[in-house]
Design a binder for this molecule. Structure first.
Ligand code: ADP
Length: 308
């Protein structure tokens, strides 16, 4: 994880004299062009926005699950969504790749844009949405097929038929999911014979095989032991250089270990609606800040384990 404080130029200590300029240099560089070595480096620019959520609310029938969410999610970052059980983390995550489509009771209000396109706009093809925005679930869910066929499934559906192309994609996805070395000699074996951690990496490989832009992960380690969890966490920190990752986790240490930014939700009783509970975004920001100096006392209580 990048420590922002390490990127600041030193303010104290012995000044290092600038390298003397040559005649040629002085002819073309005016004094104002010489960088002052003691000016702070600018903070890291914000990552390009992949998702922009504006006052997003999701309800099941008349029951709100999460309300009034306004936040941007940045490219090539791991964004962790944390908060107590039932605060709407999974519901919100599923709205980012239109997983609620087809469920008649689910209502989504507000606006979600993905790379500046209204995700729920009438011209948007939900199949293409799910091709670009993959999802990995809590419980590993390999198909009862061979390892090869699991990974080749998506590319076959989107029309990759040449065997060489499929072989290439399967190998690349398995390598990217850090599973190739463990399975390359038994690609025809059943995926169901893999360990839980291997099955989850296979599911990640299956999601990567269709070359998505974003990976949504809903508690991907909650069914795994600590060693398998550690491998997946390492994998995610590698993958973020090529993908944008949004992960729901109930594990605060995991959020602190791997994410660049964190969004904290809590559940509030909706005053106007009996004792209906609804998830609310309390605070979001760089993970380091949210865990060390949160702005909201509710965040502090949660990250210090006083509540939740
Ligand atoms: P979290 O992921 O934070 O645990 P969820 O998004 O799973 O929370 O759930 C938020 C709220 O929405 C809860 O009250 C839950 O009971 C409700 N909920 C989740 N899924 C459904 C569903 N398919 N139908 C009706 N209510 C649901």
């Amino acid at each position: 994880m990048i420590n922002l404080t390490e990127l600041r130029a030193p303010r104290t200590g012995t000044p290092v004299p600038p390298t003397p300029a040559t005649d040629t240099d002085t002819a073309s560089i005016a004094p104002d062009d010489v960088a002052d070595p003691f000016v702070d480096l600018a903070p890291e620019p914000p990552a390009p926005v992949v998702f922009r959520l504006e006052e997003v609310s999701v309800s099941y029938g008349d029951t709100p699950a999460v309300a009034d969410v306004t936040v941007d999610l940045g490219e090539h970052e791991i964004t962790a969504i944390i908060g107590p059980s039932g605060c709407g983390k999974s519901t919100l995550l599923r709205s980012l790749n239109r997983m609620h489509d087809g469920l008649p009771d689910v209502r989504i209000n507000g606006r979600i844009t993905y790379r500046d396109v209204d995700l729920y706009g009438p011209a948007v093809n939900p199949v293409e949405v799910r091709r670009r925005i993959g999802m990995v679930f809590q419980k590993p869910n390999p198909f009862p097929k061979s390892i090869y066929d699991n990974v080749a499934f998506g590319p076959r559906v989107i029309g990759r038929r040449s065997r060489a192309d499929l072989d290439d994609r399967v190998e690349r996805a398995l390598r990217d999911a850090a599973l190739w070395s463990e399975v390359h000699h038994r690609l025809g074996s059943s995926a169901m014979a893999l360990s839980g951690g291997q099955q989850q990496r296979l599911c990640i490989a299956r999601a990567l095989a269709i070359e998505p832009d974003v990976l949504l992960m809903d508690e991907p380690c909650s069914a795994l032991d600590p060693i398998a969890t550690h491998r997946i966490e390492d994998l995610l920190t590698e993958l973020k250089h090529r993908y944008t990752i949004v992960i729901v986790t109930h594990n605060m240490q995991q959020a602190a270990r791997i994410s660049d930014r964190t969004i904290f939700f809590t559940t509030e009783v909706d005053d106007g609606a009996g004792d209906l509970r609804c998830g609310r975004l309390v605070e979001h920001g760089p993970t380091v800040t949210l865990f060390s100096t949160p702005a909201d006392p509710r965040t502090l209580d949660y990250v210090t384990g006083r509540f939740g």
